[in-house]
Design a protein around this ligand. Structure first.
Ligand code: MG
Length: 282
């Protein structure tokens, strides 16, 4: 029977956050490696294989591989979600070969000693159009707007509102996917609460030290309406417009925000934006 217990926002100890940090560093290593490997002619399966090798080398496991096994659908067969062009998220690695001008988002997760990291980056394949380059930048900037709203005492709605405001701040209109959201993360990958990419500030759970969330805007060149392919996983835009997806796992600390899935903890990008960088001491 379904529990009627109110979902709780998991509070991590500093030591648990440091395990999440270790998982986050593996995620970052994989995504940086994929960034260097993405080029016309490489298949999405080859990118997935790179993720498998780095996980094995670092003694980490995958939180994506086998996901959904309890749902009566095909369990996710890769360690990375690789979504090309009109694919938004949850693309299955396979035979598809990247072509010049494509945009590809790679979503990757790792687990160390039961603690999870999750991040996504969008890569440009060779030379892409200005419009597509700008799409990725808009998604990345929306993610940083959300991270910038992440602090002790803020509410989840403040993050949602910041992501939406950033996405809507451009002269061109971009679609925001509403059917998928960011999420709490820690002892599981997807936990309470949802972190939507649109909404009103001043609402939702209050952030405190020990909380961790994945902030992950998904933006498109068209509408935000999506559909699922018959493979049970791949989410595409209904209007076939191209999409970008950016994500980091972050935690608000006493001194600022700490990006667990970037090697520098987010220091460079946070500092550039005037957001307090707040790592935990070793
Ligand atoms: Mg996620």
């Amino acid at each position: 029977m379904r529990s009627l217990r109110k979902p709780t926002f998991e509070r991590k100890t500093p030591d648990q956050l440091k395990l999440m940090r270790r998982a986050g560093l593996v995620v970052d290593e994989v995504l940086r490696t994929l960034a260097a490997e993405v080029r016309p002619g490489i298949s999405t399966r080859e990118l997935d294989q790179i993720g498998r090798e780095i996980l094995a080398a670092r003694g980490a496991s995958s939180n994506f591989l086998g996901y959904g096994a309890d749902w009566g659908i095909q369990p996710f067969p890769g360690v990375a979600c690789i979504s090309v062009n009109e694919e938004v998220v949850h693309g299955i690695p396979g035979d598809r070969v990247l072509a010049e001008g494509d945009i590809v988002s790679c979503d990757f997760g790792a687990v160390i000693e039961g603690w999870h990291g999750d991040a996504a980056r969008t890569f440009l394949v060779g030379e892409v159009s200005d419009e597509v380059r700008e799409l990725s930048r808009v998604g990345e900037e929306a993610m940083w707007a959300g991270i910038g709203a992440t602090r002790v005492g803020a509410r989840i709605g403040d993050i949602s509102a910041a992501v939406e405001a950033s996405t809507s701040s451009h002269r061109r209109r971009y679609g925001i996917i509403r059917d998928f959201t960011g999420h709490g993360i820690g002892s599981e990958m997807h936990m309470y609460p949802d972190v939507p990419n649109h909404g009103r500030g001043g609402r939702g759970p209050v952030l405190n030290e020990g909380h961790a969330i994945a902030i992950e805007p998904m933006v498109t060149l068209g509408s935000g309406d999506v559909a699922e392919l018959e493979d049970d996983w791949t989410i595409v835009t209904r209007d076939s417009s191209w999409a970008a997806h950016w994500e980091n796992t972050v935690t608000p600390t006493a001194t600022g925000v700490w990006v667990l899935t970037l090697e520098d903890g987010g220091e460079a990008e946070l500092t550039k934006r005037g957001i307090p960088f707040g790592p935990l001491a070793d």
